[in-house]
Design a protein around this ligand. Structure first.
Ligand SMILES: Cc1ncc(COP(=O)(O)O)c(C=O)c1O
Length: 372
C-alpha cells in the first residue's frame, strides 16, 4: 500500500547538480547599468538579423522547419561545410546536453579541465555520467593532464577553446595532440563559442579535425559575436554518425522560426561580424593594459572578456570590487563557482563601459581599502 509521504523522486545524480547561475543583469536602485557579466556583444546584432526576426513575427502560427535547413545551408556556405554534417540547436548549451545524453551511459566519465565551462559538469551529471577534472597550468587547459585522466570509462572530453572564464586557449597543434592521444571511441567536443574573436595564427576552431576524424565535434554559437544570445541559437559540425544520433533525441522543433531567420541574416552579414571583431581587437588589449597597470592581475585573453585577479587584502578583494563596481553601474561576473574566488570576469563592453570600469577600478585601487 502507498504511504502518504511517498512522492516523486528525481534521480540522485540530478540532485547532486548545482544549478547554473547566470550573470547578473541589474543593480537594485540603479536605472542604468553596463552589463559586463555574460560576454554578450556590446554592438548587439546585425540590423539585418533584427529585421529578419521582425519579419518572422508575421508567421508565428506555423511550426518552424524542424531541420533548420535554411540556417544549416547559410552556415555551410559561410564555412564551406557539408550541410548534412551541421546540426542547429537552442543554444550550444543544448548541444552539450544532447551530446552527454547520447554518449554517456550511467557511470561513464566526462572529462574537462579545471576551469572549464560549468555547463559541462551539469550536462555530464544530468546524463548519469561522472565528471572528471584535469588540472590546468597557468589557467590554461593542459593536454598531458587531460590525457592522464583518460580511463576505460571516459567517453566524452569537453574543451572550451578559448575557455570561459579564463579567456585562454590551446594552439591547434595542442588540440591535435590531445585528439591523437584519445582512444578512438572517446568523443572530443571542441566548444568554439568565442572562436571569431581569436586573432592568433596558431589557433583553429576545429573544422579540420572534425573533417578528418570520426570522433570530434565542434560547437559554435550565435550568442557572442553575432549578438543574438536572447534567441538561443547554436550549431555543431560533426561526423554524420554523430549528427544522426543527435537528431534521434533532440526535440523535433528545437530551433524556433524567428531564430532561424535571424541566424541566416546574421551569418550573411559578414561586415557586422568583422566590425564586432575589430571592436574587440581594439578594446581587449586596452583593458588588459590599463587594468594591469592599476595592480589588478589580468589573465591574457584571446576572447571577448578578461579574468581579473584581486588581492586578498580586506577591502580590496574581488567581492569588495564587485560591490564597488556594481554601485557605479558596472555589473561584472563573480566566478567563485569555478574555484576562482579572487577573480571577477569582465566582458569587453562599449567604449563608455570600458573606460568607466577602468576609471572606477583606478579609484578602487588607489583610495584606501573599500569594504562597502
Ligand atoms: C565556453 C562557452 N560555451 C558555450 C556557451 C553557451 O553558448 P549558448 O548561448 O550558445 O548556449 C558559453 C556562454 O557563456 C560559453 O562561455
Amino acid at each position: 500500500m502507498l504511504t502518504k509521504t511517498l512522492r516523486p523522486q528525481p534521480r540522485a545524480e540530478v540532485m547532486a547538480i548545482d544549478a547554473y547561475v547566470p550573470g547578473k543583469s541589474d543593480v537594485a536602485g540603479l536605472a542604468k547599468v553596463h552589463k559586463l557579466s555574460s560576454n554578450e556583444s556590446p554592438l548587439g546584432p546585425s540590423p539585418r538579423a533584427v529585421e529578419a526576426f521582425r519579419a518572422a513575427g508575421a508567421d508565428l502560427a506555423a511550426y518552424p522547419d524542424g531541420s533548420s535547413r535554411l540556417l544549416r545551408e547559410a552556415i555551410a556556405r559561410r564555412y564551406g561545410l557539408d550541410v548534412e554534417q551541421i546540426i542547429c540547436a537552442n543554444g550550444s548549451d543544448e548541444l552539450f546536453a544532447l551530446l552527454a545524453h547520447v554518449y554517456l551511459s550511467p557511470g561513464d566519465e566526462g572529462l574537462y579541465s579545471q576551469y572549464g565551462f560549468l555547463e559541462y559538469p551539469i550536462c555530464i551529471r544530468a546524463a548519469g555520467g561522472v565528471p572528471v577534472i584535469a588540472d590546468e597550468t597557468h589557467e590554461t587547459a593542459d593536454v598531458d593532464a587531460l590525457l592522464a585522466k583518460v580511463s576505460a570509462r571516459t567517453k566524452l572530453v569537453f574543451l572550451a577553446n578559448p575557455n570561459n572564464p579564463t579567456g585562454t586557449y590551446l594552439p591547434f597543434a595542442e588540440v591535435k595532440r590531445l585528439h591523437a592521444g584519445l582512444p578512438s571511441d572517446v568523443l572530443l567536443v571542441l566548444d568554439a563559442a568565442y572562436a571569431e574573436y581569436v586573432s592568433r595564427n596558431d589557433y583553429a576552431a576545429g573544422i579540420e579535425l572534425v573533417a578528418t576524424s570520426e570522433n570530434v565535434v565542434m560547437t559554435r554559437t550565435f550568442s557572442k559575436i553575432c549578438g543574438l544570445a536572447s534567441l538561443r541559437l547554436g550549431w555543431a559540425y560533426a561526423p554524420a554518425a554523430v549528427i544522426d544520433a543527435l537528431n534521434r533525441v533532440r526535440a523535433p522543433f528545437n530551433v524556433n522560426g524567428p531564430a532561424i531567420a535571424a541566424g541566416v541574416a546574421a551569418i550573411e552579414d559578414a561586415g557586422h561580424v568583422a566590425t564586432a571583431a575589430e571592436h574587440n581587437a581594439r578594446w581587449l588589449p586596452w583593458l588588459t593594459e590599463k587594468i594591469a597597470a592599476l595592480g589588478v592581475g589580468v589573465t591574457p585573453s584571446v576572447a571577448n572578456f578578461v579574468l581579473l585577479h584581486f588581492p586578498r587584502q580586506a577591502g580590496r578583494t574581488a567581492a569588495d570590487a564587485d560591490r564597488f563596481l556594481s554601485a557605479r553601474g558596472f555589473v561584472l561576473r563573480g566566478v567563485a563557482a569555478y574555484g576562482l574566488r579572487d577573480c571577477l570576469r569582465m566582458s569587453v563592453g562599449t567604449e563608455e563601459a570600458n573606460q568607466g570600469v577602468v576609471a572606477a577600478l583606478a579609484e578602487f585601487m588607489q583610495d584606501g581599502p573599500h569594504d562597502r
